[in-house]
Write a protein that binds this ligand. Structure first.
Ligand SMILES: Nc1ncnc2c1ncn2[C@@H]1O[C@H](COP(=O)(O)OP(=O)(O)OP(=O)(O)O)[C@@H](O)[C@H]1O
Ligand SMILES: [Mg+2]
Length: 268
């Protein structure tokens, strides 16, 4: 079991040049957060509340201004193969086919061509794209691209999956299928997950825990335990779970929490 820990973490961005501003912007304020391997922590908050900044810190793309971020007690010193990132818009290489996009991390590790292609094919199979290996990225639908991105993230066998609105650009039907898919992949990989989302419904459905990030500066203002993902993994349909009275009550409760900490609309 691994644990990713934010302890007393604050983040300031420097003043922006050319805007006449001289003061630093405090974006995240004294964040305390733990994510264990058996959890999927969903972070919800309005646009600009600092969600991506939080994920960039966990990924090691940014350093905190104060506080510490550790994996199993070891401070993060930059990006690492133990933490894989999936971006909102797929960050795939358009000049490579699906297989070689997934095989890319293996290339960096110096694994021979035949083996890395075989391993990429196994990952494609795992994400339900066994027949798509030869396709160029522009020949794939949005949902398929996100699955290739997730397969590539899994290639490094990370301890944590850091997901920044991975389903945000998908239509409602594809999104529902991908939500079930994400839960399955997360469980199979044994990795802990940090999921950023704008959708209260998605946070409740997928999160073992949902935390609310309120803006200006970003602070974690509420946290709730949710058990719906276990129901979906035990075979309940997403539609049935969303229609249950408990889900609706918790959705309303979470909506109230977010609106009491924010003056702007968040998508239902
Ligand atoms: N590299 C940067 N330099 C300076 N300011 C930044 C930088 N990245 C983000 N910001 C500012 O920090 C704040 C939080 O941005 P962030 O991208 O973390 O929000 P977010 O919650 O992910 O928003 P969204 O839901 O729109 O993706 C914003 O005010 C943004 O303008
Ligand atoms: Mg963002």
């Amino acid at each position: 079991m691994s644990v990713l820990t934010f302890r007393n973490v604050s983040l300031r961005y420097p003043p922006r040049a050319g805007r006449g501003g001289t003061s630093e912007q405090l974006v995240l304020d004294t964040i305390e957060l733990q994510i264990a391997s058996n959890e999927l922590v969903a972070v919800i908050g309005r646009s600009g509340s600092g969600k991506t900044s939080l994920l960039n810190l966990a990924a090691g793309f940014l350093n905190p201004s104060s506080g510490t971020i550790t994996v199993d007690g070891e401070p993060i010193r930059g990006p690492g193969a133990d933490r894989a990132v999936v971006f909102q818009d797929d960050a795939l290489y358009p000049w490579l086919d699906a297989r070689d996009n997934i095989a890319f991390p293996f290339k960096l590790k110096g694994i021979p061509l035949a083996e890395r292609r075989a391993r990429a094919d196994a990952l494609l199979d795992r994400v339900g794209l066994a027949d798509a290996g030869d396709r160029r990225i522009w020949e794939l639908s949005g949902g398929m691209r996100q699955r290739v991105g997730i397969a590539r993230a899994l290639a490094a066998e990370p301890r944590f999956l850091l997901l920044d609105e991975p389903l945000g650009a998908l239509d409602a039907l594809t999104r529902t299928r991908m939500q079930e898919f994400l839960l399955r992949i997360k469980a199979e990989s044994g990795a802990g997950a940090l999921l950023i989302t704008h959708s209260i419904e998605e946070a409740l459905l997928l999160g073992t825990r949902v935390v609310v990030l309120s803006p200006n500066p970003g602070r974690l203002t509420a946290e709730i335990e949710a058990g719906f993902n276990a129901e979906v993994q035990n075979g309940a349909s997403v539609a049935a779970v969303k229609a249950s009275p408990l889900f609706k009550r918790m959705h309303a409760g979470l909506t109230g929490l977010i609106h009491s900490t924010s003056d702007e609309e968040i998508a239902a």
